[in-house]
Design a protein. Structure first.
Length: 417
């Protein structure tokens, strides 16, 4: 599988996960009766079944009959699902089950299993509440990135990673730089020289740690962040101590009060705006090219109908879809055999109408309905088109959703459509 295919498969999986999570977040239980279980890949499923069995037994002590029955039914449903697995899938699995409120005092039992999340599940977790526990999965679906972190002053330094939203301290060093007060018998000039040498040696040591950690991963990294008090961080960067390729990847330097492990977390907080801007960078570049072609070129298309036509012709190089697009596609065939496709709100009903090609009546009840993003991505896959999901967290991304219907494309060649 090519790198592009892997990326698109990953995007599609994330979208499918995001849809399920949005659905799960909309469910509420009338009591603490919605069960969520996170299972790491290396967890023996026999141990999970034993844990569920124990929870089922302990649930008999719940005073409310309705809650007791709902929890035990949810646990029974989870045990039934676990029977289909010999081992946990790659990266683990998450099971959700419970009686959700459907209004009017009625409930409906829901059970969902999500296999192989984007990141490994790190620990076994059992959670029973009035809402499903989706936060760990949402964090996995957040924008990812790999950033090198360096915090230093003249006393100590720490180097680590920012992987997605997780900070990982890796290496630390303490300096032998003497204080500003010289010992008796030393000339001021000699003391100053020795102190500068010690500072230089320490900066070289810190750069050595960073180079050893970051250089092998430089092609996978999104940037380097450096923090510390002034003038330390400025001296370190201005002195070109880092490997030249890393030096070019520095996204910014930030004032950080602490340079122990906690300073790495402070650095990430201080760089919040820069990180947010970087996450949007690829989306912004794609949208800039789209608007350039829209105004000054002829290789842009937008709107569901036009973009779909261009996809069918194999003319779309990049399919642009808003991450917040929540629509369905309804496919109709009129009595004369003409196919047409309509984009509708996910919860909207459809009505009978005239075929756009021959004016024959189209029966709305006979239309086949599917998720719009699934429909468009399948067409893109068939024609070698790259799919790019665009965030709405910046102005042009918001315009894609609100002004262009959430669907657009950059073309391989002009089609006039």
């Amino acid at each position: 599988m090519s790198e592009q295919q892997e990326s698109e498969q990953s995007d599609k999986q994330k979208y499918e996960f995001r849809k399920v999570i949005e659905e799960l977040k909309g469910y509420k239980g009338s009591g603490t009766q919605l069960v969520s279980i996170y299972v790491p890949e290396d967890k023996l499923l026999s141990d999970v079944v034993a844990h569920v069995t124990q929870e089922h037994s302990e649930a008999s002590n719940i005073k409310s009959k309705d809650t007791r029955t709902a929890v035990q039914d949810a646990l029974t449903s989870i045990k039934d699902r676990l029977r289909y697995y010999d081992t946990a899938p790659a990266n683990g699995m998450v099971l959700f089950s419970g009686a959700i409120d459907t209004g009017g005092g009625r409930t409906d039992m829901v059970t969902k299993v999500l296999e192989s999340p984007p990141d490994p599940i790190e620990s076994f977790r059992y959670h029973c509440d009035s809402a499903f526990l989706t936060d760990p999965l949402e964090q996995m679906l957040a924008d990812k990135g790999l950033f090198g972190l360096v915090v230093l002053d003249r006393r100590e330094a720490n180097v680590g990673w920012l992987k997605g939203k997780r900070v990982e301290p890796v290496k630390s060093a303490s300096s032998l730089v003497p204080g500003k007060q010289r010992k008796g018998g030393q000339s001021a000039q000699r003391f100053a020289r020795l102190r500068l040498e010690a500072i230089d040696n320490f900066y070289q040591e810190v750069a050595g740690m960073a180079n050893e950690l970051f250089v092998p991963k430089r092609h996978d990294m999104d940037g380097v962040l450096v923090g510390g008090p002034s003038p330390t961080k400025d001296e370190f960067l201005d002195g070109d101590y880092l490997h030249h390729e890393l030096q070019d990847m520095v996204l910014g330097k930030f004032d950080v009060a602490y340079t122990d492990e906690s300073g790495l977390y402070d650095l990430v907080d201080a760089a919040d705006d820069v990180l947010a801007e970087h996450e949007m960078l690829e989306d912004k570049q794609v949208m800039e090219e789209f608007f350039k072609q829209l105004h000054d070129g002829d290789k842009a298309t937008y709107g569901f109908d036009q973009t779909r036509q261009n996809l069918n012709m194999g003319a779309v190089e990049e399919l642009l879809i808003s991450e917040d697009l929540r629509k369905d596609v309804v496919a109709y065939t009129c009595e004369n055999g003409h196919d047409e496709y309509e984009l509708v709100d996910s919860n909207a009903t459809t009505e009978a109408h005239d075929c756009t090609r021959c004016a024959a009546t189209v029966d709305a009840d006979e239309g086949e309905r599917e998720d719009a993003i699934d429909h468009l991505m399948e067409l893109a896959d068939q024609r070698g088109t790259e799919t790019v999901f665009i965030s709405t967290d910046f102005e042009k991304g918001e315009q894609l959703l609100n002004a262009f219907g959430g669907v657009a494309g950059l073309l391989r060649y002009s089609t006039g459509v």
